[in-house]
Design a protein around this ligand. Structure first.
Ligand code: SAH
Ligand code: SF4
Ligand code: F3S
Length: 468
């Protein structure tokens, strides 16, 4: 890991200074000013959102779920598909009347979408009521930008190009008090040809293992029961450092206490039998592997630049099922990649029938400007792709039907998360396999592990009764 990517102590101190300056401003309000923030996209963006909220809290803001009563509104955006971007533009447009009503309202947009120059320009021109736009590489400078809006009363647009940095010590306001996301690396070097992420998130960079271990240790001591390790490709964690991903997992698994470790995302090209062994031999790691295959056609996988073929993928699946018979496998699939034919698509269906995923996140290909796939011929109509997509959902729907029946009569250890999903009178949680389990719990169970005897299997969840 190149140390130069670390944000220096000096810079962090500078941001603390701006935090205090903003705090002095918010103290002069006649009530605690309220922030409304929303993060779109993946868990990593949500994790950035928790840092933004942490910085806002230190700057003296309270929080609201209602944009109508907010003094500060921020959208932390995602660029992965066009509809994600359209939603942000739509929601931004709707804020105009709030700004008209309250000219002191500050509106900010950050995240992956605005890291693209053409989007930042569009916001500058089309949404004059947006005060602050900042890219993914300068998240830690948010206090400085917010202060300059108060001090200078002019719009701030900060989208520097960068390979990315690592900034330790940003305050975090976590959304949950028993589940915590912990980024272990940032960025992506894979350049899958359809994907915008490497362009908006910079190059792969791993946090130092000591930082991660001490953060996780602190979280467990505070009572956190589920730790979700995040990276676009966690298997390439620490590539140029001393500890690789399975080494990190082993270290974390050796910590004291009852807790669960999950991770995402694991790229099949770097997923190894040793990683699967590490999960199998662990005490705390979830029996769940999210292994996005994207396509079941080797021709398309090659065009996608995925660096594995169906045979390697299936051998990993078979090994995982052999070592951990209860493992839950989930995936991501793209339908209608440029030049994909119905024959290619049928290969994907075949793979889905063979693997029988517990669940699959399925997407219709969305053209992202600047990526290689955007230059490729894409002759299949959206209508046709829509038909394929529905066919895929049907095949996936059937795959899940039988999968959970084997749990009926068994007792699973479940981390209770809140109110039920199948029935409001029940409580819900997830098992070590990360399967949703609803049961007859109560408020006191939230954030705790309980043993649940399974009485019924649905195709997306289990239902059971608590054993106390
Ligand atoms: N790093 C993760 C994926 C992050 S993006 C990985 O490599 O698996 C999450 C999912 O969005 C991807 O797995 C892919 O299925 C989907 N996706 C990414 N770009 C897309 C695009 N241009 N069109 C449609 N789906 C896309
Ligand atoms: Fe995108 Fe591929 Fe990187 Fe995942 S691994 S973020 S799909 S480029
Ligand atoms: Fe979206 Fe950025 Fe995540 S593009 S999927 S929010 S890394």
């Amino acid at each position: 890991m190149a140390l130069t990517q670390l944000v220096s102590e000096e810079e962090i101190k500078e941001q603390r200074f701006f935090t205090q300056r903003v705090r002095a401003v918010t103290h002069m309000f006649d009530r605690i000013p309220l922030a409304y923030t929303h993060s779109y996209g993946c868990q990593q963006n949500v994790s950035d959102g928790e840092k933004i909220n942490g910085m806002l809290a230190e700057m003296g803001y309270g929080f609201t779920d209602n944009p109508d009563e907010a003094d500060f509104i921020l959208y932390n955006t995602c660029a992965v598909r066009e509809n994600a971007e359209n939603r942000v533009f739509g929601n931004l447009g709707a804020l105009k009347h709030l700004k008209n009503r309250n000219p002191d309202l500050i509106i900010a947009v950050c995240g992956c979408m605005v890291q693209q120059g053409h989007i930042a320009d569009r916001i500058k021109k089309t949404f004059p009521f947006v005060d602050l736009v900042f890219g993914t590489h300068v998240l830690h400078k948010f206090p400085e930008y917010l202060y300059s809006i108060f001090a200078e009363d002019k719009r701030v647009f900060m989208i520097p190009e960068s390979d990315g940095v690592i900034c330790e010590g940003i305050p975090v306001k976590r959304d949950s008090d028993f589940k915590a996301s912990v980024p272990i690396m940032y960025g992506c070097n894979n350049f899958c040809t359809y994907c915008i992420v490497p362009y908006v998130r910079g190059r792969e960079r791993s946090r130092a293992p000591e930082e991660i271990i001490s953060e996780v240790k602190g979280l467990i001591e505070k009572g956190y029961r589920e730790i979700l390790l995040l990276g676009q490709n966690v298997n390439s964690y620490g590539k140029d450092g001393s500890l690789d991903f399975k080494g990190l997992l082993k270290e974390l698994d050796s910590l004291e206490g009852e807790f669960k470790i999950s991770f995402m995302t694991s790229h099949p090209k770097d997923c190894t039998t040793e990683l699967i062994d590490t999960i199998a031999d662990s005490k705390h790691i979830s029996w769940h592997l999210h292994l996005p295959v994207q396509s079941g056609s080797n021709r398309i996988l090659k065009l996608m630049n995925r660096h594995y073929d169906v045979e390697k993928y299936l051998s990993l699946v078979d090994y995982a099922r052999k070592r951990i018979p209860d493992i839950q496998l989930t995936t991501d699939i793209i339908v209608g990649f440029p030049s994909e034919t119905y024959e290619d698509f049928r290969e994907t269906l075949k793979l889905m029938e063979r693997v029988k995923y517990d669940s699959a996140f399925t997407f219709i290909y969305s053209k992202r400007s600047g990526t290689k796939a955007a230059e490729m011929d894409d002759p299949v109509s959206e209508e046709e792709k829509g038909k394929w997509f529905r066919e895929l959902l049907e095949v996936q729907g059937k795959a899940g039907d039988e999968a959970y029946k084997k749990y009926v009569g068994k007792t699973l250890r479940v981390l209770c998360e809140g109110r039920g999903r199948t029935d409001e009178s029940l409580y819900t949680g997830k098992s070590r396999q990360n399967i949703i389990v609803d049961f007859n719990g109560n408020e006191q169970h939230i954030g705790k592990f309980v043993d649940v005897k399974i009485t019924k299997a649905l195709n997306w969840a289990l239902v059971g009764e608590i054993n106390e």
